[in-house]
Ligand binder design. Structure first.
Ligand code: K7E
Ligand code: CUA
Length: 698
């Protein structure tokens, strides 16, 4: 697919055609209107614009010099958040295959943090020496390899009554079937879980209304042994493209309900359950509320169950997977599934309770609905009464009514079953509307005024359309009302608190894959482009382009900033993993070095402190062959007084925030004298915040 350059008046520089007088009128209007609206008039010369005296640095001059159109000038002011001021919303954007999560302010589009999740990141002291964070990465690996990256697609915020509560963030790793838990108290990763019986995973994550479960569906089905499920590095099944039954019988999709224990902030696999699904490629997962409470929706593609093998005369997977006009929206009654688990109707596979597909069908907790081919998005309207699905290869957004779905199930209004015996509801009896949105529709988000916004991958546009009753009625319902060009290849769009009962409106972010022609060139690998769009008036307006030079931002969740309340300083001696007092915390005067032998291994253990501008102890002598354990406490109480810690050539870096305790273990394997120092420029004597680590030859 090629990115097409679209003509967008917002992006065009049409200032040169303006006559000076017209220009001044426009600029004056911009200055008066926009600036007053944003309450920053103190930054401007108070006098009215005049044709004769334009002081250097005044707004009109700048607009003129930069050849800005009035729209561009308005956009610039609308996104400006002065230093010291705060953004209204915070966006958690996936970092794609960087394995991280981006924290971005809206409307400023300032990048505040890149939270290290699946990939080691030295600035945060994540996975490069810090024992706790290395443990997170290690325990979150798959048992056969130490995984040091992830493919993050969908961030999700913990919910209370289906609304974002700002306490926890979850992100998935598509490539390795994992889920990560991040605390929004300190914006740090606390847990990575390899999801049993899943190889790759995509849909979700999506919390149930009170975060009882974090739900995620598989993407590429896993090889599946009915007795032992899927075990990485062990499960081998026959897959013969000439014999499609090998795929149909030996592979399975899965949806996982990962129980989240809020008290300790961890996923608890012993309380989690899974439901076996056919080996379609399941895609996005959505969990309902209100009229759809207790329901889980999952769309899918490749219901053809194509395997590929293009070199041997089988149609390529891409072709085989796009043959039928319809794929299936899965409807799953998750609260009933929870009941089945309580009744013991599961079998335990690899430490988690799995409801078999047969049981799910027999107990009436799973149904399918035809959906236009190769669907991608699966989104719930604010009232929880409709599901919007878009087929990438059909120019429509299809809207299903939850009420109609429930009625059709009650009346057994089926058109048959799929190959596995799952009842298929009739498309016509569940469909509420189809809206012609444009080419390549993917994902849909919602505002607070009953409008939906669907990304159009092929058109390079976002379509705004009116929802039907109760949002809009009569002629106004289910109608496209506006479109805006984006640059280029949009995937998701994201709006503040969309996919909750109370979306906040105001802004939409278009998460674009391509940025060709848009920025200074940085070589063949181009940044992605997040575009901020104003949705407060009837016409959408492009405000800002933000290049992201890191991974691919698939999806983002946006939350009102006032729902976040992170701590500024850890209580003295905190272990951030547990938020408890670390038993190895020390205060000033308690620093010490001890040497002992544990199981024949000589160990030197150090309890030290860091405070501007001193590492204590600053001279450490060990013997070659010693295991050396540092427990370091940052005894600062001032916000932002972070210290780093490294020993040269040891491949470690710690980041110790005020009050934090971190432990690092190294083997003094080579004799030598190594400098150790603080890696954060913390004080006038930062360079002197150093010492020596001496390893005496044996
Ligand atoms: Cu469309 Cu993984 Cu949600 Cu990429 S996904 S865009
Ligand atoms: Cu502490 Cu630099």
């Amino acid at each position: 697919m090629t990115a097409r350059k679209s003509s967008n008046s917002n992006s065009r520089n049409n200032g040169n055609g303006l006559r000076r007088r017209d220009f001044l009128q426009i600029a004056g209007g911009v200055a008066a209107g926009v600036v007053a609206g944003y309450g920053v008039s103190k930054f401007l010369a108070p006098s009215a614009p005049s044709e004769v005296e334009i002081a250097p640095g005044n707004l009109q001059n700048i607009i003129q010099e930069k050849n800005l159109t009035p729209d561009q000038a308005v956009a610039a002011v609308k996104t400006y958040v002065p230093g010291g001021a705060r953004d209204e919303f915070i966006m958690f954007a996936s970092g794609g295959h960087s394995g991280q999560v981006l924290v971005i302010g809206i409307p400023s589009m300032k990048l505040y943090k890149v939270i290290a999740v699946f990939t080691p990141e030295p600035w945060q002291g994540y996975g490069v020496g810090n024992l706790e964070t290395e443990k997170i990465l290690k325990e979150g690996s798959n048992g056969i390899r130490n995984l040091t990256w992830g493919d993050v697609h969908h961030p999700e915020i913990s919910r209370t009554n289906a609304e974002f509560d700002g306490e926890w963030l979850f992100v998935n790793d598509k490539a390795n079937g994992r889920m990560a838990v991040i605390s929004l108290k300190d914006f740090e990763t606390k847990q990575i879980v390899k999801i049993p019986n899943m190889q790759s995973q995509h849909g979700g994550c999506f919390c149930t209304p009170n975060t009882e479960y974090v739900v995620v569906g598989s993407q590429y089905p896993a090889p599946w042994d009915p007795e032992t499920g899927y075990r990485p590095g062990e499960t081998y099944v026959e897959l013969d493209p000439q014999n499609p039954d090998t795929y149909k019988n030996n592979f399975r999709g899965l949806v996982a309900f990962l129980a989240f224990n809020r008290e300790v902030g961890r996923i608890d696999l012993s309380k989690s359950f899974e439901i076996e699904l056919p080996p379609y490629m399941q895609d996005l997962v959505a969990i309902g509320w209100g009229p759809s409470d207790g329901l889980c929706f999952i769309n899918s593609f490749n219901t053809e169950m194509a395997v590929g093998d293009d070199l041997n005369g089988i149609p390529p997977l891409e072709v085989g997977a796009s043959e039928r006009d319809f794929d299936y929206l899965h409807v799953i009654f998750w609260k009933k599934a929870e009941e089945l688990v309580k009744q013991g109707k599961y079998k335990e596979l690899n430490g988690v309770k799995v409801i078999s597909l047969d049981t799910a069908i027999k107990e009436g907790i799973i149904y399918l609905i035809p959906e236009p081919k190769s669907p991608h998005g699966c989104d719930i309207t604010p009232g929880g009464e409709y599901i919007v699905v878009s087929g990438k290869l059909e120019p429509v957004a299809t809207v299903y009514s939850v009420e109609k779905i429930l009625t059709a199930i009650k009346n057994k209004d089926f058109e048959g079953t799929d190959e596995y015996g799952i009842p298929i509801l009739k498309f016509e009896s569940t469909k509420e509307a189809q809206v012609e949105v444009g080419l390549g529709p993917l994902h849909t988000e919602f505002d607070d005024k009953g409008y939906a916004y669907t990304s159009l991958f092929i058109d390079n546009k976002v379509a705004k359309w009116a929802l039907g009753p109760p949002y809009h009625t009569g002629d106004e319902a289910w109608k496209v009302v506006d479109k805006i060009d984006i640059h280029y290849n949009v995937g998701h769009v994201a709006a503040p608190e969309s996919n909750t009962p109370k979306p906040k409106g105001k802004y939409l972010v278009s998460l674009n894959k391509w940025s060709i022609d848009r920025f200074n060139s940085v070589g063949p690998l181009k940044p992605q482009n997040l575009q901020l769009i104003d949705i407060t008036s009837s016409k959408m307006m492009l405000l800002y382009d933000m290049p992201i030079g890191l991974g691919e931002p698939h999806y983002a969740r946006i939350i009102s900033a006032d729902k976040l309340n992170p701590i500024e300083v850890y209580p003295m001696g905190t272990n951030p993993l547990t938020f408890q007092k670390d038993p190895n915390a020390v205060s000033k005067g308690e620093e010490r070095i001890e040497r002992k032998v544990v199981n024949g291994q000589p160990v030197t253990e150090i309890w030290g402190t860091l405070i501007r501008s001193r590492i204590t102890p600053d001279f450490i002598r060990v013997k070659q062959g010693d295991k050396v354990i540092f427990h370091l406490t940052n005894i600062e109480t001032t916000p932002d007084a972070t210290h780093g810690f490294t020993i040269c050539e040891y491949n470690i870096n710690l980041s110790l925030e005020p009050g934090e305790v971190a432990t690092v273990e190294i083997l003094a394997d080579k004799p030598g004298v190594y400098a150790m120092y603080c890696t954060e420029f913390c004080s006038p004597l930062h360079l002197e915040m150093a010492g020596w680590f001496v390893v005496e030859p044996q």
